[in-house]
Design a protein around this ligand. Structure first.
Ligand SMILES: Cc1cc2nc3c(=O)[nH]c(=O)nc-3n(C[C@H](O)[C@H](O)[C@H](O)COP(=O)(O)OP(=O)(O)OC[C@H]3O[C@@H](n4cnc5c(N)ncnc54)[C@H](O)[C@@H]3O)c2cc1C
Length: 586
């Protein structure tokens, strides 16, 4: 039986209040409303006109360097990136790619940056993380949040001095729950300094960086949960009180990177080293991680495409039972999924980078979706690659065991995937909750609220307001219709969850994960359609490579449809209670 309308209104109001008040438009958020803000995805982005001419030559130089001067086996065995390799990364401009030209960097767009990271990711996981931490989340704090004075002061020094940077958030008692950090920055009596005390752990480049963005709490600045607010500080290792407890902890993969434990003992940091707004350190951290997560998409794509290429070549030549492996259906199934997922992750990396380049209002959902999908897809792809290579992949003369070890971090670092799933679902649903609240308010004030109520009603009448996916090619017409239908189904499911669960939505992790997974597939499918459409629009008679892309993209759409429908069908699954009972009884 339907809840009485006053109850329903209260439920909707409470859900809206719980989910916050700020509203920003984004491509992924639109999906949660059951709509496609297609102008954010179509036409599919690319290099900026100013960089298009010189970029192929730069990319070729980097490829040659990776092929001829990088030895991933040595990096893994010796657990260090040789100095000459780091030095060449600076020579080539890779370590200053995102720094504007006026400060001596290459000033590349995020799209171009990701294209280069894709090449690096295909060759070596350690190099990929080294560059990502330095460019993606280290120096990026200055680029995004530095005042003009801070930028003019630091950036030329970083470029000329070939200084590595790091990002220090994680602590022994604060991993996923970044708000729980226990490093404190107490304002000094002179009013010109802060005194930092605390510990940081697992900080990539932490023991070798010349500049660190460090997150610390400033006492006396409480948030709504009564916890001190976090502020970001620029710290250099020459500041008295900076201790490297362990410069390079032994670890499973990306062994060439150096992951440090640090301690701060009455470390005096000048007040002008605050980076970003005081008390907004979490916002600074989340924004930096948006960039880092886009890079994960690029590096995972590089590794996935390499697995695909190698696996196809192997399965064509390896014969068993009198024929090449590629002739067995179960081998084909693995290869086809690899092709579809690699194409989708490459497409979503480009789309997400393009959103950043065009200065979109917000892209935190998109970067989180990309990171979750790409890191999990690569894990599966590596697993399948190892299966297809059989016993020989188990040995260290082939790269796949190393790639598997390197890839494991992707699902943990820069936001553990399940934490990101929660984040995706809750942030995505928040604005829908607020709009439902508006709708209730509209019912109470019919004259001013009529527009909002009409909007709501329109979306709920069958056949009204179908979602338009503006593909230009007739070859994509059926996929565009399917995508539109799936987006509508998803929007209705999101609304249903909010109305049914009220405040309980915050804790409903089983269903939040299903919503996040369905939304993620739809974002990926948007990217695939936009990219295929651009390819077909540019070339009415695609090359064999274009045809392969079309087949991979279409197959991704079919897999995504199944995945979205399965996630939505399983909402409220009765097995969830049993799952809880089993776990609680352990
Ligand atoms: C090699 C390496 C390099 C790193 N480099 C850096 C760096 O440069 N700078 C930096 O600041 N940090 C760095 N980190 C830390 C990294 O960001 C953290 O490991 C990550 O944020 C997760 O925190 P945690 O490991 O403490 O896991 P925890 O927070 O303890 O979580 C463990 C698991 O618990 C589950 N879980 C936790 N919370 C939830 C929830 N709300 N809902 C559902 N499940 C949940 C998830 O399965 C999660 O994977 C690095 C880590 C590694 C391993």
């Amino acid at each position: 039986m339907a809840a009485p309308s006053t109850d329903r209104e209260r439920q909707i109001r409470e859900a809206g209040e719980l989910l916050g008040t700020e509203r920003h438009r984004s491509l992924a958020k639109g999906l949660f409303f059951g709509r496609l803000d297609h102008e954010l995805a179509f036409p599919y982005p690319g290099l900026l006109p100013a960089e298009a001419e010189g970029f192929p030559a730069l990319l070729e130089q980097i490829r040659t360097f990776l092929r001829e001067e990088v030895d991933p086996v040595r990096i893994d065995r010796e657990a260090r990136v040789p100095d000459e390799v780091t030095s060449r990364l600076f020579d080539l401009g890779v370590m200053t790619m995102s720094i504007p030209r006026e400060y001596g960097g290459l000033g590349l767009s995020q799209f171009a940056y990701c294209r280069i990271m894709q090449e690096i990711g295909a060759v070596d996981g350690s190099l990929a993380v080294l560059v990502n931490v330095h460019q993606g989340i280290g120096v990026r704090s200055l680029l995004l949040f530095g005042t003009p004075e801070q930028q003019a002061d630091w950036l030329p020094r970083l470029v000329e001095g070939r200084v590595l940077s790091a990002f220090a958030l994680t602590e022994p008692n604060a991993g996923s729950d970044a708000g729980g950090i226990e490093t404190f920055a107490v304002p000094a009596p002179d009013g010109k300094h802060y005194v930092l005390n605390g510990r940081k752990q697992w900080i990539t480049n932490g023991g070798i960086a010349g500049l660190l963005t460090v997150m610390a709490k400033v006492p006396g600045t409480q948030d709504e949960r009564g916890r001190e607010r976090i502020t970001a500080f620029l710290v250099t290792p020459d500041m008295p009180g900076f201790q490297v407890v362990d410069r390079a902890m032994e670890k499973l993969g990306i062994r060439g990177t150096w992951t440090a434990k640090l301690a701060f003992h009455d470390l005096k940091v000048p007040a002008e080293n605050i980076i970003g707004p005081p008390g907004k350190g979490l916002r600074v951290a989340l924004t930096l991680l948006d960039y880092g997560r886009t890079t994960f998409g690029a590096t995972c794509t590089g590794a996935a495409l390499r697995c695909l290429r190698d696996s196809v070549a192997h399965c064509r030549t390896r014969r068993q039972f009198g024929k090449p492996l590629i002739e067995f259906d179960l081998v084909k199934k693995k290869l086809a999924r690899m092709a579809a997922w690699s194409y989708a992750m490459e497409s979503a990396t480009g789309l997400t980078a393009g959103l950043i380049d065009r200065g979109a209002e917000e892209y935190m959902l998109e970067t989180a979706m990309l990171k979750v999908f790409a890191s999990e897809a690569l894990w599966e792809i590596l697993n399948d690659t190892i299966q297809l290579f059989g016993g020989r992949a188990y040995f260290t003369d082939l790269p796949y065991e190393r790639m598997l070890r390197d890839a494991r971090l992707n699902q943990i670092g820069e936001g553990a995937n399940d934490v990101l799933r929660n984040f995706i679902a809750l942030v995505g649903m928040r604005d829908v909750g607020l709009t439902l609240k508006d709708m209730v308010d509209g019912l109470k004030a019919p004259l001013t609220g009529l527009g909002r109520v009409a909007d709501f009603a329109r979306r709920h009448l069958p056949g009204q307001d179908t979602v338009q996916v503006p593909v230009r090619s007739w070859e994509l017409g059926d996929l565009a219709r399917l995508h539109g239908e799936l987006i509508q189904e998803f929007g209705r499911a999101v609304e249903g969850q909010l109305i049914r669960k009220r405040e309980g939505v915050l804790e409903a992790q089983y269903d939040l994960a299903r919503i996040a997974d369905a939304g993620t597939q739809l974002y990926l499918l948007t990217a695939v359609l936009a990219r295929l459409d651009a390819m077909l629009a540019a070339d009415a008679a695609p090359t064999p490579e274009g045809r392969r892309e079309l087949r991979s993209g279409r197959y991704f759409a079919a897999l995504a449809e199944r995945s979205v429908r399965a996630s939505l069908r399983e909402l409220g699954d009765s097995l969830d209670q049993t799952t809880t009972a089993v776990a609680d009884g352990l």
